[in-house]
Design a protein around this ligand. Structure first.
Ligand code: NOJ
Length: 736
């Protein structure tokens, strides 16, 4: 079954059937102001921090038919009576004559026709603005005049997204929503939590006079809230809303625009804005600005230009339409969105609590984005390096507003207090940035290490180059019984948490790949001593790997603290891991014959029609000594699932062996654009990569989850462009 199609010319995906298997979303704005909008008009908006400054209440766990954060009602009055519908499908679930939802670059557009009325809506955040603009046009398709009311509604959340769910007395006692009236009849509803009265006001405004408004959810739904979003009591009788301010409760903002009689063929436009400023007065200039339809039109065009500038630097033309689709539009868009939002906020990563940016994840996200937004990437590289410690390892995650970092789960007392891979990624990232920009000056920038003295001042600073060298030194010095790098709390595979003393082949391989970059860099900079030192480390670590970790047909993945291998034919579960093979090639450790055997073992044992499994067989039962990997059933996520992030690494390794055909077939089998025709099995958006697809040990083989914010985006983009197509920047120029 298909739910839509790609419109390549407009760089959009067009949903024509709203009953998609999961909600399909799009991002608007940026982390500094924005959020996501789903294809049925639900909207999650926040400013600066999804955990601590959230604006709309969007609860993804509620059924698909439920109102979520925002909607729009159209009320039609004619001789037959009053009819209320929504152009978004949710929450009224109407049967349309026509439904189109266009997922574009930074905007979503709807066109629906029902009851002789066409409604066109565009939602976006103008570049750099602090408000969501919603441009609504209604056209009378009938042969007689019709009276139309346009009633947009948003529901607010407490700014602390977690607290909203923790106390249902305190939260509503803090919430208020008041009307600010213009002399010309326009109304802006201003909402805030009492403790933010002087500093943060959410506003909901429009460009037209308002007949009435509502601020309280209970009054809007009616009947002591036994009224529903599908049939809100306040809209049923054709009359007005209460126009009362809320001084507590579940705050909403609903503006009733009575457009009056609309002639056949006539179109009327209403523009709404949802934003946040210090006060109504301080927001007024920008509210006034976006009341002007021409300004809104220009802002949308400016957004299109911005995206064109990002994407046009790299466009491909291959015989595969699905590959062109992804590499030209949807994959780089996802790369940019993932870099911007990290793992903060999606339908699956709910942005509650305080996770911030992850050192490992953001480093990899930036690697894919260097050609799309070099300046933003540079800022992120420098921010990441601020959270590297003096010993060369890195803090696991940090809040980019406060720059406060934590060790993530590595604060667990029974495991080592670091992740063995984090600090090594930034080497690949920084060198990727230099190769893309040709700007070596970043290496001289002085950045403090994270460790602070008693006055909270950094204990040591160093150049970016010194940070990278420190990262290598940490891994070289932090090895276990086999001379291989210690695992720490975990490596890239967050969910294998072996007891202290365990060693990680992934860390050894990532170290090897990072060394190769640093050897090339040192050579380019004329530092022969450093190049020779890193060559020696590379040779030595490669020997340790090859002497101890070859299992006969593939490489093992870990050694436990007691010396037993994990990822070996001797294991009952987890006999072979994809990363153990792909990264042995990426590291430059695997001699040609072993490289071929290891990658053939991946093909034979791990490949499926829906992608390459991370490992096999899955662990069947919870084992606290293994950790997170055993918390879900075999075939799911890291436990023998198709954890997509690791697929492009196999593709890259295959191209390094000259086996581009196999790499391309791996690429195509996971390309979501190619799944458009069997999306009922895949379920998530056909225009973005998901993080995981259930593997063939699972009864729901092929079902995808956790779309959008995943390192898959960055690596699929790199695998497709730099390796399968083979166009990549080097320290001295572009290699084709
Ligand atoms: C998702 C995490 O965000 C990422 O850091 C990790 O590498 C993968 N899961 C694999 O465990």
């Amino acid at each position: 079954m298909q739910y839509g199609y790609f419109d390549d010319e407009k760089r959009e995906y067009v949903i024509t059937n709203p009953r998609t298997p999961t909600k399909w979303i799009n991002y608007i704005g940026t982390l500094s102001f924005g959020g996501f909008v789903d294809h049925t008009g639900g909207m999650l908006v926040c400013k600066g921090d999804p955990a601590l400054n959230r604006i709309t209440k969007y609860i993804p766990q509620l059924p698909a038919s439920n109102f979520k954060g925002s909607t729009l009602y159209i009320r039609v009055r004619d001789t037959a009576g009053v009819r209320v519908f929504s152009p978004f499908f949710v929450p009224t679930l109407d049967a349309y004559d026509r439904f189109e939802c266009r997922v574009g670059l930074g905007y979503t557009k709807w066109l629906t026709e029902i009851a002789g009325v066409r409604t066109e809506v565009t939602v976006f955040v103008p570049d750099g603005a602090q408000q969501v603009v919603q441009d609504v046009s209604v056209t009378n398709l009938r042969e007689e005049t019709v009276e139309i009311d346009v009633i947009p509604v948003v529901e607010f959340t407490h700014f602390d997204a977690l607290k909203q769910f923790n106390n249902a007395d305190w939260v509503p006692q803090t919430m208020e929503c008041h009307a600010m009236r213009d002399p010309d009849g326009r109304v802006t509803l201003v909402q805030y939590a009492f403790m933010k009265r002087e500093i943060a006001h959410n506003f909901f405004a429009s460009n037209r006079p308002v007949a009435s408004y509502e601020t309280d959810r209970g009054r809007f739904l009616g009947d002591n809230e036994y009224g529903t979003w599908a049939r809100p009591g306040a809209l049923q009788n054709g009359g007005d809303l209460s126009s009362q301010d809320a001084v507590r409760g579940d705050n909403i903002a609903a503006l009733l625009h009575a457009l009056g009689a609309i002639a056949p063929g006539e179109t009327m436009q209403t523009i709404t804005q949802l934003g946040q400023a210090m006060s109504y007065e301080s927001a007024l200039p920008s509210i006034q600005k976006y009341r002007d339809a021409a300004v809104v039109q220009a802002a949308l065009a400016q957004l299109a230009d911005k995206w064109a500038a990002r994407l046009d630097g790299m466009q491909v033309d291959t015989p595969s339409a699905a590959m062109n689709n992804m590499l030209n539009v949807h994959n780089p868009r996802q790369v940019y969105i993932t870099m911007n939002w990290s793992r903060y906020l999606s339908l699956y990563q709910l942005g509650l609590g305080a996770r911030g940016l992850g050192f490992r994840d953001t480093s990899q996200d930036v690697m894919g984005a260097v050609g799309l937004a070099a300046d933003e990437c540079r800022d992120l590289i420098v921010k990441l390096l601020h959270t590297q410690k003096i010993d060369g390892s890195a803090m696991h995650q940090f809040n980019p507003l406060t720059m406060m970092a934590t060790q993530g789960e590595a604060e667990d007392e029974e495991r080592l207090p670091f992740y063995g891979d984090d600090h090594l990624w930034i080497i690949l990232t920084t060198v990727a940035w230099i190769k893309e920009t040709g700007d070596f000056s970043i290496l001289d920038e002085v950045v403090p290490f994270y460790d602070k003295d008693e006055n909270e001042n950094p204990v040591e600073t160093g150049t970016v180059l010194a940070h990278l060298q420190r990262a290598l030194a940490f891994t070289w010095q932090t090895t276990g019984a086999h001379g291989l790098p210690l695992l720490g709390f975990a490596d890239w595979n967050d969910t294998v948490n072996l007891l202290p003393g365990a060693e990680s082949l992934f860390n050894a391989h990532l170290f090897g790949a990072a060394l190769r970059e640093m050897i090339a860099l040192a050579t380019h900079l004329g530092d022969e001593a450093a190049a020779a030192r890193y060559e020696a480390w590379h040779t030595e670590m490669g020997q340790r790997v090859n002497e101890q970790a070859w299992d006969g047909d593939w490489y093992v993945r870990y050694f436990e603290a007691d010396g037993r291998p994990v990822g070996s034919h001797t294991n009952e579960a987890g006999q072979i891991y994809a990363n153990g093979q792909s990264w042995a090639v990426l590291a430059g450790y695997a001699p040609p014959e072993r490289a071929i055997r290891a990658l053939d073992a991946v093909y034979e044992r791990l490949n499926t029609a829906n992608g390459i499994k991370l490992s096999t067989p899955g662990y069947d039962g919870y084992d606290p000594k293994k950790g997170g990997v055993s918390t879900y059933r075999p075939g799911a996520k890291e436990n023998g699932g198709i954890f997509l992030h690791s697929n492009p690494w196999v593709m890259i390794a295959e191209t390094m062996l000259g086996r581009g055909g196999r790499a391309f077939s791996y690429y195509s089998q996971v390309n979501p654009a190619a799944k458009n025709d069997k999306i009922d099995e895949f379920q998530t958006e056909p225009y973005v990569y998901p993080q995981n697809i259930l593997g063939d040990e699972h009864p729901q083989f092929g079902l995808a989850r956790n779309s959008w914010l995943t390192g898959t985006a960055s690596w699929m983009y790199q695998a497709g462009t730099k390796w399968i197509l083979g166009v990549r920047p080097t320290l001295t120029g572009l290699l084709i």
